[in-house]
Design a protein around this ligand. Structure first.
Ligand SMILES: [Zn+2]
Length: 190
């Protein structure tokens, strides 16, 4: 792991040689302990942060969040679009999402867009269509034998953003919630 320690610059002090350190209260001693480190610049958000010298790793990211967002972006960018020759288009996808889709958030930071359907062939076709635009999705197994619905879900935040931007103009029922989700995604990925 190469993310930082989530120590931002306002906690950092410098000794008379200009070496950066932070002080931590150790309750078991009890006393203040100095930890020396280096000032690094996050490769994602360009923010400076304190990085413990004794920490293993490269110290590229200021936080777990930047590490994950960068990984998520790389994963999204690495998807190769494919040719699609079926009948689905963005109008259809927007209508489908209006009826059978939902957007959910987890801990305010990560989100998922989901289609739920009994007919897996429709979901598989939709999956192919989305991939032709470089949007990767996963498919759940049927929920139960009594309620044999499956989910097609998108969980990469950059993929979800692209997907929502494509359907925004055609969506009717969920237009408002799509716009809200896009705003929230913009805030989260800043
Ligand atoms: Zn950062």
């Amino acid at each position: 792991m190469s993310q930082g320690n989530m120590i931002q610059m306002d906690e950092v002090q410098f000794n008379k040689f200009g070496e950066p350190y932070i002080e931590r209260w150790i309750p078991s001693r009890p006393k203040w302990m100095k930890h020396y480190g280096e000032i690094h610049r996050c490769i994602r958000c360009s923010m400076d942060f304190f990085y413990y010298k004794e920490k293993k790793g490269e110290g590229k990211y200021c936080s777990q969040r930047c590490f994950q967002l960068d990984r998520s972006k790389k994963e999204f960018d690495s998807i190769q679009p494919k040719l699609y020759s079926g009948n689905i288009d963005w109008h259809y996808v927007a209508g489908f999402f209006d009826g059978e889709g939902c957007i959910s958030w987890h801990q305010g930071e990560t989100c998922q867009a989901k289609f739920t359907q009994n007919d897996r062939t429709v979901l598989l076709e939709l999956q192919k269509f989305l991939l032709s635009y470089g949007i990767k999705s996963g498919m759940s197994t049927p929920h139960t034998t009594r309620a044999p619905a499956s989910d097609l879900y998108l969980s990469n935040i950059f993929g979800i953003e692209k997907f929502l931007l494509y359907i925004l103009d055609y969506a009717i029922v969920k237009k408002k919630s799509i716009m809200e989700a896009l705003e929230r995604i913009e805030m989260v990925t800043l």
